[in-house]
Design a binder for this molecule. Structure first.
Ligand code: F6R
Length: 264
């Protein structure tokens, strides 16, 4: 399959003028999913890009009565060795940015337990929980400097499942600002949904903003579909929406942008 025939499969590519507009568009798509199905199962991501999305969703809860009380959520990943109460954990991030500001039901929110005594059993249980919930309707994704989605560092086979991974040095540098600036303070391992787990979601929504994402995004969307760039796997999915700001879209070819923008 050529890269152009794969590209043409995109449902939608939205390119917005700035990060604010891009995060607002992503938040609207998530809100729409909840309004269509109050018991929707959402896959969520963390990281700096998503902070604006969650701020918008919290505002919609406050101002527009968007309710999360029936929504089930599964986060992509968590650092190994961090307990849910650790301020650097993704459990803490999600409570701070979304779960506490909205009316999320604690019984319906799920993140891998980074402090599990048996991480292998934890990963298998996470997969079972996603299946028991009926699968993920909409999975939110960011993209890392290594091209990872979740923490699927290269190479990650496209059939990988939830598992313990070793974080790439580039990822530890990327996330060092959240750990006082020291890459060595960033945990060496994480539990992440696999690429195969992610691809089973009914719909994917990838959001990227800022110039630092431009090169890896172009590789993911226009380069080879390869386990060396995990995010390229989204091109194998039949229902993908990619939301970018102009800076993140800067390295995409004009032909790709034109075709993808008018699709759907
Ligand atoms: C986090 C996750 C990662 C991030 C990616 C981008 O749950 O799944 O793939 O989405 O590392 O992070 P930011 O947004 O901080 O650049």
């Amino acid at each position: 399959m050529t890269s152009s025939s794969l590209s043409s499969r995109f449902g939608r590519l939205l390119i917005l003028p700035d990060p604010d507009a891009a995060t607002a568009a992503a938040a609207r798509l998530i809100a729409q999913t909840i309004r269509n199905d109050a018991r929707a199962v959402l896959g969520l991501a963390t990281g700096r890009t998503m902070e604006g999305v969650y701020a918008r969703l919290a505002a919609m809860h406050r101002d527009e009565a968007l309710s999360f009380s029936g929504v089930t959520t599964f986060n992509l990943d968590e650092y190994v060795g961090l307990s849910a109460s650790d301020p650097n954990s993704y459990h803490h991030y999600m409570r701070t940015h979304l779960f506490d500001p909205v009316d999320a039901d604690p019984a319906r929110v799920h993140l891998p337990d980074g402090a599990a005594a048996d991480p292998g059993a934890e990963c298998a249980a996470y997969e079972r929980a996603i299946r028991a919930a009926g699968g993920i309707a909409l999975q939110l994704l960011g993209i890392g400097d290594t091209g990872h989605i979740g923490f699927n560092e290269p190479p990650s086979a496209f059939d990988t499942r939830t598992r313990v991974v070793e974080l790439d040095e580039a990822t530890r540098r990327q996330n060092a600002p959240m750990f006082g600036g020291d890459p060595e303070a960033v945990p060496r391992e994480a539990i992440t949904m696999g690429v195969g787990t992610i691809l089973e979601s009914k719909r994917l929504l990838l959001l990227a903003t800022g110039p630092a994402k431009a090169a890896i995004l172009a590789a993911a969307l226009e380069g080879p579909v390869t386990p060396e760039v995990s995010a390229s796997a989204i091109r194998l999915h039949p229902d993908v929406t990619v939301v970018l700001d102009t800076d993140a879209a800067a390295a995409l070819s004009p032909a790709f942008k034109a075709r993808a923008t008018v699709a759907d």
